[in-house]
Design a protein around this ligand. Structure first.
Ligand code: TXA
Ligand code: MG
Length: 328
């Protein structure tokens, strides 16, 4: 059973590191975050250094409860209030007008700020012991796959992080859903752990759909969430043939075989049978991509699931993993 608690002394130590301007990796229900005191611009700057992330990319401020939202933002339109009260703690991030406590370093210079209340006991204990906001992007190097265990964090960031709080493996496994809630029509900027259907069911009014093709804000580049191996997306019924062909051509192929396809005999370097449950697939997705890298795959063949429920976030991450890579 995954560990979800941390000792009181570890929580106190982590809170002290934050107070001293250090970086703490913390578990959340989505992925691990790389946290700093949200009100300390120098500490926030260290996050960007540790990740190798351009400073124009805005971060998420994590807070201890929905009742604290007004301390961090200026206006809370009715839909934002409704969503916060219903979904927090939980994998929903709301973008609202920046309050004066939030330094521009944390928002990449934007006058809006992304805020969420994580649904993980260790994160909530740390937030209450620390007593302030913790700004935290996912605890991976810029552009790579987000960590869902403490070991992944150590492998990604090593000494760049001052303290790692281990809270077991993240239940949701993909990042939070980000909603721009500054206006009267909430807009999904990034699909994630709260499904579009559940947002729609609560918020009966218009809800703008996510765009998978446009780069809407900094930090939403097509090549985000990418393993080292190149990712190729094909139709579900072509996955096996494509994988075997690439393997014959000399690639070390990792293949994600959809639940709808028989896969007993696939001739590839690594074969992963994908769960028919999208919740389970999301929980495992980043771990699978990491393991295929570790097994030496240079090519990953996969297909997009149907974009319903958690399938939407999975398809979004797979598309980005398959997107064009920066040439550096
Ligand atoms: O589940 C999550 O959201 C995880 C955990 C650690 O909370 N965090 C996470 O952070 O995924 P990060 O930095 O990897 O992604 C946050 C994204 C940014 O890349 C950016 O696209 C968006 O949030 N964002 C942040 N502030 C924004 C703003 N003011 N306006 C629009 N988008 C913003
Ligand atoms: Mg990230």
């Amino acid at each position: 059973m995954a560990r979800v608690t941390a000792s009181t002394s570890d929580i106190e130590k982590a809170a002290d590191v934050l107070r001293a301007g250090g970086l703490v990796a913390l578990p959340t229900e989505t992925v691990y975050g790389l946290g700093a005191n949200a009100e300390d611009p120098a500490a926030v700057a260290r996050i960007f250094q540790a990740k190798g992330r351009p400073p124009s990319h805005p971060l998420i401020v994590h807070i201890a409860g929905a009742e604290l939202l007004d301390d961090w933002v200026q206006d809370v339109p009715a839909p934002a209030r409704l969503l916060a009260e219903h979904f927090w703690p939980g994998p929903l991030t709301l973008v609202l007008r920046r309050g004066s406590r939030v330094p521009l370093e944390a928002t990449g210079g934007l006058e809006t700020v992304a805020v969420r209340v994580p649904d993980h006991p260790v994160a909530l204990e740390l937030l209450s012991a620390f007593g302030g906001g913790i700004t935290a992007p996912s605890a991976n190097r810029f552009g790579s796959v987000s960590p869902t265990t403490a070991d992944h964090v150590r492998a990604e960031l090593g000494d760049a992080v001052d303290f790692v709080l281990d809270g077991g493996s993240c239940a949701v496994g993909v990042e939070s859903t980000i909603v721009d809630a500054t206006g009267d029509t909430p807009t999904i900027l990034r699909p994630g752990g709260v499904t579009r259907e559940s947002l729609q069911a609560l918020w009966g009014g218009p809800l703008a759909a996510p765009s998978t093709s446009r780069v809407r804000v900094p930090g939403q580049h097509p090549s985000h969430y990418a393993p080292r191996a190149r990712v190729v997306l094909v139709e579900p019924e072509q996955v096996v043939a494509e994988a075997e062909l690439a393997q014959e051509l000399g690639h070390q192929v990792g293949v994600l075989v959809p639940a709808s396809v028989a896969h007993a005999q696939v001739k590839a370097h690594a074969v992963v049978a994908v769960s028919a449950s999208m919740t389970d697939y999301a929980h495992k997705l980043y771990r699978i991509l990491r393991e295929l890298d570790q097994q030496g795959c240079d090519l990953i063949v996969a297909s997009l699931p149907s974009e319903e429920g958690m399938g939407l976030a999975i398809a979004n991450r797979l598309r980005r993993a398959a997107g064009p890579r920066p040439t550096v």
